[in-house]
Design a protein around this ligand. Structure first.
Ligand code: NI
Length: 203
């Protein structure tokens, strides 16, 4: 994915960070890093002082220092069927908890997914990230496996999980965050109806 510093001439980054289970960031020497990562600006998530100190170090090394930090968002649409149901509960409890959403013969929604990426504006392109490339990744990793399908029966990343909007967005994050890296996914917003949406920021 395009990042600030991509295309720059100098390979000067001597420290980089990477995420492990979303919350652990580890500095390593660039000699051990994949060559395609060199020269790029890696932004940690807001993990407190250590994360931000590392971010400053990285920025100074690859020419991102002083570049504005912007969040960009791509919206994608899909429709899918589901039944909100917890098999650990009785049918009566499920009906009481979930009402019409527990209808045994499914129902559908026209979902909208907003994917937000945050980072420095690339001096050359003026982009944080190419939104067309971001769209391609989200379509490949999530939309193609979900659109016109049944969350309970057809969607691999939802296998065995009650498909509430909250559970769906958490599973989407698990798929998308590593696929979008090293770009920094900062928020997913999933609209289930015109009136209902959920946000997730990876915590
Ligand atoms: Ni529903």
């Amino acid at each position: 994915m395009p990042q600030c510093g991509e295309g720059g001439s100098a390979v000067r980054v001597s420290i980089l960070s990477f995420g492990l289970q979303d919350h652990l960031f580890v500095p390593v020497i660039v000699a051990a890093a994949p060559s395609q990562w060199r020269g790029r600006c890696f932004f940690t998530r807001s993990l407190g002082s250590f994360g931000w100190v590392l971010q400053e170090l990285l920025s100074s090394f690859d020419g991102c220092r002083g570049m504005p930090i912007v969040t960009v968002t791509r919206r994608l649409r899909f429709n899918a069927a589901h039944r909100v149901h917890n098999p650990a509960l009785s049918d009566e409890e499920n009906r009481r908890l979930f009402g019409k959403c527990n209808n045994p013969n499914w129902h559908g929604h026209n979902y909208e997914l907003e994917v937000s990426v945050r980072g420095p504006v690339n001096e050359t392109t003026g982009y944080v990230i190419d939104l067309g490339q971001l769209r391609d990744v989200v379509e490949r990793e999530v939309i193609d496996q979900t659109d016109h399908r049944n969350f309970n029966l057809d969607v691999p990343y939802m296998a065995g999980i009650n498909p509430t909007t909250e559970n769906i967005i958490v599973q989407m994050w698990k798929v998308l965050a590593p696929a979008i890296a090293p770009a920094q996914l900062v928020r997913l917003r999933l609209w289930e109806t015109e009136n209902n949406y959920v946000d997730y920021e990876g915590e």
